[in-house]
Design a protein around this ligand. Sequence first.
Ligand code: KG4
Ligand code: ZN
Length: 374
Amino acid sequence: MKILGIETSCDETAAAVVEDGSKILSNVVVSQIDIFAEYGGVIPEVAARSHLEAMMPVVNKALKNAFCSWDEIDAIAVTHAPGLLGSLLIGTLTARTMAILHEKPLYATHHLKSHVYANWLNVDESEELVSERALEAARPSFTLSKTNSSDSPQFPLLAMVISGGHTQILYMRGHDQFEIIGTTHDDAVGECFDKVAKILGLTYPGGPSIAKEALRGNENKYKLPHPHVDGLDFSFSGLKTAVLRAVQKELGLPISHPSHDLKNHLTDEMRADFAASFQKTAIDILNEKIKLAIQEHPEIKSIVFAGGVSANQKLREEAERIFSKDYAVFFPEPKYSGDNGAMVAAAAFYEIQAGVKPTDPYKLNIYPRISIES
Ligand code: KG4
Ligand code: ZN
């Protein structure tokens, strides 16, 4: 079954064709990062306009790269929740129109489900990606993929969804069965990377910038506190403030000193040490919560990571080191950690397997803030 997956929930315009939930026939992502790097964050109206311009060329390229005509597409899947309102509208209106025009069944997927299902994508099977990987291999790369790339995650499992908008631990008994067992009380961990990067004067998005800067820093230089949050929940706004205070203290500046000016006073060494110390603390917090979740659910067979922050190499190494002796640990290939259309198609495939029926293309709505459990 070939599904065209469309994703526009934030600042990536993406479409992909995936066969049977795992074989990637094409994957096209147009990122707006360059636009938003200038502003230090996403501007929703600008994102929606950019999606509008990129959407149809991206869909057409995804079909062309997959050597597929519309006749060969069995279904269309699109992200309808959660995300930026204007961005979700462009993707869903496109998918609805295409579904009506080409008489295809339409499936609406939740963005976090799609992130989780990136772990079922079999990147090795993709021709296009095989050649890209050959290029990657030529560079000094740290790519570390699934514990065993030929296997799929086994249920029951814990899924750690860590993105720019969400930080949740999900318990999955089977396909398309999601229970939230931990969530953030305030900022998402990706948001925290982005805000700390801004304080340190690193470019948006903050995650990759901090990861790169941290490579030459001392992660034990600054001791940052772990927030006291009971159970499996998280809080990341306190960690961002802790970095802010630590930077002010290191520079001998008062807490009233404007945060946007601190970057002008940091030495290169301080910046790298703060990036490394912050990254280590954020990763430790995530892994500590997984340890707690395992205590509550010792029956799990796999641990899967998902969402933009799961591209973090240090997190991959640490999680593998801590958990892979006892559990199968899965990460999406780094380029599928962030937003893409392939994961949307994969999620829809497993929803269909679980008995989900197509949605009415004349009525499909968007839900910018809805939970994965609804
Ligand atoms: O999943 P995603 O692409 O979009 C959302 O659904 O939010 O996640 C984006 C987030 C951003 O906050 C970005 O800074 C973070 O993922 N991110 C990373 C890395 N790459 C992206 N965080 C830490 N380390 C990375 N290597
Ligand atoms: Zn995402």
